[in-house]
Design a binder for this molecule. Structure first.
Ligand SMILES: [Zn+2]
Ligand SMILES: [Zn+2]
Length: 320
């Protein structure tokens, strides 16, 4: 019987659970409940957070299974009618596929932080204020609606079959489980030039001004170095995990849909079609910046611009 690649993540569940068990045990031996700054240690497991992450993983698995039913025939159609080349079975083909998909993942991930329509799905992954292996489970069932599957269509044009595409997408995602931990410290600097590491990805989950919207790597770190989005973890500045506007809930439904509702409200209240479209497809902080300009006299003293790279702007609840 042939293994169906679509079940890869579920097949790896025992490995993931073993890592979670090891990490929880390791943290209980090496770290207290309270961090050095007096706040609860954001590496430790807390039942509401972990259960929310697990529910989100199961919801995502169900949605993904349905999404492949639609996406696979589209990949097959593109493969049959528009592929530019064909590959002999072997390691060379898999190597090209791996590198190409990892580059497309980088593009998808960076776009997910800069286009609100995509951020509405991806925000789920960032909305916990803890970071441990279970944070990797925080995925959105709305990824198929946001259009994540479209980013892999070029792979079919490059001559890869739907089965190969699904396999490599899930291998990439499976690898990323292992970078969601605070139990593994910063490794020698050269490793951050090659692979996405726990240190690199801790930076990605942080909302500190110097860390936010950086380190988009899936497996290979080279893309962040090539495209200028790499920032190293600095021992003098601990990552502050979460999003600029805190979710304040461990309800998986609220985590999944809160940004979609916020986006719909902004879409409805915008005065013209140009700004309505911007509410959907501009950067996630566009509406706050738009309001700041539009209502400038009424908001005297409020800053009118934010750093270009700041996903949710400086108008979140951290800046009353
Ligand atoms: Zn992200
Ligand atoms: Zn992550």
């Amino acid at each position: 019987m042939q293994f169906d690649a679509q079940w890869l993540l579920l097949a790896l569940a025992p490995v993931f659970l073993a890592c979670i068990g090891w990490e929880a045990w390791h943290l209980s031996r090496t770290r207290g409940h309270i961090a050095a700054n007096g706040a609860p240690d954001n590496a430790r497991y807390a039942w509401p957070d972990t259960l929310c992450n697990t529910a989100l993983a199961l919801m995502h698995q169900g949605a993904d299974k349905l999404a492949w039913l639609v996406a696979v025939p589209i990949y097959a159609y593109v493969y049959q009618h528009f592929r530019l080349t064909s590959w002999q079975p072997g390691w060379a083909a898999w190597l090209v596929l791996f590198v190409a998909q990892d580059l497309l993942y980088y593009v998808f991930h960076r776009a997910s932080h800069r286009v609100r329509w995509l951020w509405a799905a991806h925000v789920v992954h960032h909305s916990s204020e803890r970071l441990n292996f279970s944070t990797a489970f925080r995925q959105s069932l709305m990824y198929p609606v946001a259009g994540m599957w479209m980013f892999w269509i070029p792979l079919a044009m490059l001559g890869f079959t739907p089965t190969q595409i699904v396999s490599i997408v899930l291998v990439n995602l499976a690898f990323q489980f292992f970078v969601h931990t605070q139990a593994i410290g910063k490794k020698p600097g050269w490793l951050d030039y090659v692979l996405n590491t726990p240190s690199m990805h801790r930076v990605h989950h942080a909302r500190n001004a110097r860390y936010i919207d950086r380190n988009y790597a899936g497996v290979l770190a080279i893309w962040d170095h090539l495209f200028g989005s790499y920032v190293a973890e600095d021992a003098r500045e601990q990552p502050d995990y979460g999003i600029v506007k805190p979710l304040g809930s461990c309800n998986p439904l609220k985590a999944t849909f809160h940004e979609w509702f916020a986006m719909a409200r902004d879409f409805a209240r915008m005065p013209d079609w140009r700004s309505r479209l911007a509410a959907l497809f501009a950067p996630p902080d566009w509406c706050e910046r738009h309001d700041a300009v539009r209502f400038a006299p009424a908001m005297a003293g409020t800053p009118h611009s934010v750093p270009e790279n700041n996903t949710e702007g400086e108008f979140g609840s951290r800046n009353p």
